[in-house]
Each structure stands twice: as C-alpha cells, then as structure tokens.
Design a protein around this ligand. Structure first.
Ligand code: GRF
Length: 199
C-alpha cells in the first residue's frame, strides 16, 4: 500500500476526491497525513476521514528554506512514500525538493508547459487560448517545469471566466491525479525513471 501525504492551501476539493478514491478497498494508496502552509478550509476533509493534519504557517518563518525544513521534518514523522501538492500555493524550497525528489508530484490547471505558475487559468483566458487543460507533473526546482506524468485538454468556451473555466478543469485534474497515484502505487508508473528520462 502506497502511503501519501497531501499538501494544500485552500478548499481541498482535489484532496477530497483523492480521499474518496482511497476509501475504496481496491485503491492501492492511503492518505496518511494532510499538511498546509496556512489554516486551509480543506483540513475539514482530512478531519472528516480522521486523517491527521499538520499546519506549518509559511508566514511564521524567516526564510522559505526554514519553512521547508520544518514541513519536511513534520512530514517525515508519517513516512509517506509520496507527497502530493494539491493546490499548495507555495513554491517548495530547493532543499525540500532535493530531500523528497522524485517522490513529489503536483497538479496544475493548465496543459503544461503552457501557462505555468500561480495563475494558469487566468493566463490561458488572457492569452485567448481556445483550449487549455490539466496536468500532473513531478516537482523539480523550477515553476511547474518537472516531467509530465499525465495531462488532458479542456476546451475554453467563449463565455468562460476564470471561475467557470477552473471549475471545468478541476474534475479533469482530479481524475488525472487519482489515476497517477494509482499507477505509482501499482508500479506501473516509475517516478525515478520518469525523472531520469526527462534529463
Ligand atoms: C487546483 O486547480 C490546483 O491545481 C490549483 O488550485 C486548485 C486547487 O483547488 N493550483 P482545491 O484546493 O483542490 O479545491
């Protein structure tokens, strides 16, 4: 059974979907802890499933590295095989990436390498893109630049705003995430190999 830590900043709807999937006896992964950089509404989903939470407030640390070291130390207590960034609105410091790589993955609401960064949905709209998408990647030191594990296109409609478009992307993100975690758990997807072949 693959043990998973999930890091969030917000509502945690993708976290909820992964928790629901992992509640199925046939699903080969279990979420062992949920962490956040702030008081995140999504903690409620962890609590509903009786899963422990760790809060490491970014603003209480002098540097990103110190924050990452504390977050890593608290995560290590739960010995996760995999760390999933699901709406964590912080860049991880290089030291933390190095400590966990290649066992950290991230979901992103765009078809990478198109529209990386914190505003992938808004940027796709601003660019007048006819389609965007969702991606799941391995985290590296760049901004949404790691090896792509899965991705799918989502059309942009003429009357879309950032909210309607994001709400159409999120179910795709969830489906891809649940499938990627399943494939990592079964060994069908090898994160070390995916990272090596991207070098
Ligand atoms: C997702 O689209 C994620 O990729 C983006 O923020 C959203 C998270 O939503 N960065 P939620 O917290 O899972 O509801």
């Amino acid at each position: 059974m693959l043990t998973v830590a999930v890091l969030i900043s917000g509502a945690g709807s993708n976290l909820r979907a992964l928790l629901d999937a992992a509640a199925d006896d046939d699903y080969p992964a279990r979420i062992v802890v949920v962490g956040a950089d702030r008081e995140a509404d999504g903690f409620a989903h962890a609590e509903a499933y009786g899963i422990p939470t760790i809060l490491v407030p970014f603003r209480e640390f002098e540097t990103r590295e110190e924050w990452g070291e504390e977050l890593s130390a608290q995560l290590r207590v739960w010995q996760p095989d995999l760390v999933v960034l699901s709406g964590l609105m912080r860049l991880l410091p290089p030291g933390m990436v190095a400590a966990w790589a290649p066992r950290i993955i991230n979901t992103h609401p765009a078809y990478l390498p198109e529209f990386p960064g914190a505003h992938g949905v808004r940027d796709a709209l601003a660019a007048g893109a006819g389609q965007t998408g969702a991606s799941v990647i391995v985290v590296d030191d760049g901004v949404d630049s790691g090896p792509i594990l899965a991705q799918e296109r989502v059309p942009v409609r003429p009357d879309d705003d950032a909210h309607t478009l994001h709400e159409r992307i999120k179910p795709v993100e969830r489906r891809l995430l649940i499938d990627v975690v399943r494939r990592i758990a079964t060994g069908e997807l090898d994160l070390a190999a995916a990272s090596d072949s991207a070098r």
